[in-house]
Write a protein that binds this ligand. Structure first.
Ligand SMILES: N=c1c2ncn([C@@H]3O[C@H](COP(=O)(O)OP(=O)(O)OP(=O)(O)O)[C@@H](O)[C@H]3O)c2ncn1[C@@H]1O[C@H](COP(=O)(O)O)[C@@H](O)[C@H]1O
Length: 114
């Protein structure tokens, strides 16, 4: 199936879930699953550092590099979520719950409740 840019996150997660259910031998995702939280988490840390590093690079080239690294980071985060049997709708639900709530107000409410 051809990718649809407006649904690519859901399509990517569907491929990752399929790799987990039907693991092909020749698959990077399969290798990540086999390494568990240690392997996948290690890659997330690596890709997060590369993303932040790219954000410090100037110009169009820096922007392109940041987009590239963000793609790597999102892919590896999705593999970790799938490994822990968390679905994209569950994360979307959490984001929807927070939608419209200022992070500053949310932090202040946590301090009041302490
Ligand atoms: N979106 C991605 C994706 N983004 C990044 N990567 C891989 O993530 C790795 C990034 O890590 P590095 O840059 O450190 O490269 P590396 O040195 O090869 O990695 P390591 O061996 O050190 O783990 C590379 O191997 C990339 O190819 C991805 N691999 C797969 N996908 C998606 O997952 C689908 C299934 O992939 P397979 O499971 O491999 O068939 C693909 O069709 C894509 O849609």
């Amino acid at each position: 199936m051809a990718p649809n840019e407006s649904h690519i996150l859901a399509q990517l997660m569907a491929v990752i879930e399929d790799r987990k259910a039907n693991p092909p031998e020749k698959s990077y995702t399969t290798k990540l699953f086999a390494g568990g939280v240690d392997k996948i988490g290690g890659k997330i840390m690596e890709e997060a550092a590369e993303t932040v590093e790219a954000a410090g690079e100037p110009g169009e080239e820096g922007k392109d590099h940041l987009i590239y690294e963000a793609g790597d980071l999102i892919y590896h985060l999705f593999v970790l979520l799938c490994h822990k049997e968390i679905t994209l709708p569950e994360v979307e639900q959490e984001l929807a719950r927070r939608f419209g709530v200022s992070g500053i107000d949310e932090k202040a409410s946590r301090k009041t409740n302490d």
